[in-house]
Design a protein around this ligand. Structure first.
Ligand code: GFB
Length: 308
């Protein structure tokens, strides 16, 4: 049978990077626009998958956002994600699609998990409250894949990325993650010659960042090689505080002002670096360092948002 990989969520930062990676390898990719298929519509998803018969699915569709969006839109993050992933996974099974890669997030792990976080830490403690809605949906997705594997022998496996960034990211300051937010704010401050940039929280939380092109390589690697029951971590294993991240971006941009910290905004989890040794042992490793990654993200931002 001719290969046809459906990348669900191909317009998003992760999905578009996965499509780039697959096409680079000369593989046939299937996509569908949101206006033509609403993944929250169970019947429509079932019919579409039945009709298009992908040989496998990479599920990169999700309602995502930064700490504030997660904290203020709990119903959207829980409902949308539960719907779209459940519809897609079940539709895959009904249509006889035997291979599916589900993408989660490092926020599935307990807030105070032992660091670096191993896959086995899942469900061993309470979640970080700012993103528990999203995390619960993602945990349900992992478990749904495992349930279809156990009950029906399907090869549905899950990959957990750390904090991602790169071309295609969301730069809307209210809903974005920290990397695009700081790039945008610091570039604007440099241009307007402002003396300070505001950073949410204390600046002390540690985050593990991975460029989305490295993630895409990891996801395609898992698609081709990972068939285990347990989900697998995919991270850079490099941590940086939010303050240092701001300094790194300021250095690249040439911003010489200072930072003020807005304590009214949440810090979120203090630390969440994952142990990605299982995936590394399978031959994947990240190639893009933080400095080069910040530069490529800025290049994309400047093109995509010409007004800043
Ligand atoms: O990237 P971020 O929104 O998500 O925030 P999380 C990371 C840290 O950066 C937090 C701080 O401590 C923020 O308070 N921060 C500082 C900022 N300035 C800013 C800013 O201008 N914008 C933003 N957004 N943050 C999300 C989860 O958690 O990460 C999701 O809510 C998901 O569920 C995702 O898992 C990867 O790392 O805190």
């Amino acid at each position: 049978m001719q290969e046809g990989i459906w990348v669900a969520g191909h317009r998003g930062m992760v999905g578009s990077a996965v499509v780039r990676k697959l096409r680079e390898q000369g593989r046939r990719v299937i996509t569908v626009d949101r206006k033509d298929l609403d993944l929250r519509n169970q019947k429509a998803v079932e019919e579409w998958v039945q009709q298009h018969q992908p040989t496998s699915i990479i599920f990169a569709a999700a309602k995502v956002g930064g700490i504030l969006a997660n904290d203020t839109l709990p119903a959207d993050f829980l409902y949308d994600n539960l719907c779209i992933q459940t519809n897609t996974i079940n539709a895959a099974h009904l249509a006889g699609v035997n291979r599916l890669i589900f993408l989660g997030s490092s926020c599935i792990y307990p807030k105070f998990a032992e660091q670096p976080i191993k896959e086995s830490s899942l469900l061993t403690g309470s979640l970080e409250p700012t993103n528990e809605w999203y995390a619960i949906a993602k945990i349900a997705g992992i478990k749904l894949c495992q349930a279809y594997m156990r009950q029906y022998g399907r090869n549905y496996v899950s990959v957990m990325p750390c904090n991602l960034y790169g071309p295609g990211d969301n730069f809307d300051l209210k809903s974005s993650h920290v990397m695009p937010a700081l790039i945008r704010k610091i570039m604007a401050a440099k241009e307007k010659e402002l003396p300070t940039v505001e950073i949410w929280g204390s600046g002390t939380p540690l985050r593990e960042f991975l460029h989305v092109d490295d993630l895409a390589a990891g996801v395609v690697h898992c698609h081709d090689n990972y068939f285990e029951f347990e989900h697998v971590n995919c991270g850079s294993q490099k941590e940086i505080t939010i303050r240092h991240l701001a300094e790194e971006i300021a250095e690249v941009v040439g911003f010489r002002g200072s930072f003020v910290f807005d304590a009214s905004k949440p810090d979120g989890t203090p630390r969440k670096v994952m142990d990605s040794s299982r995936l590394r042992a399978m031959g994947w490793s990240p190639k893009i360092g933080l400095n080069a990654g910040i530069r490529s993200t800025i290049e994309w931002f400047v093109e995509a948002y010409p007004m800043g």
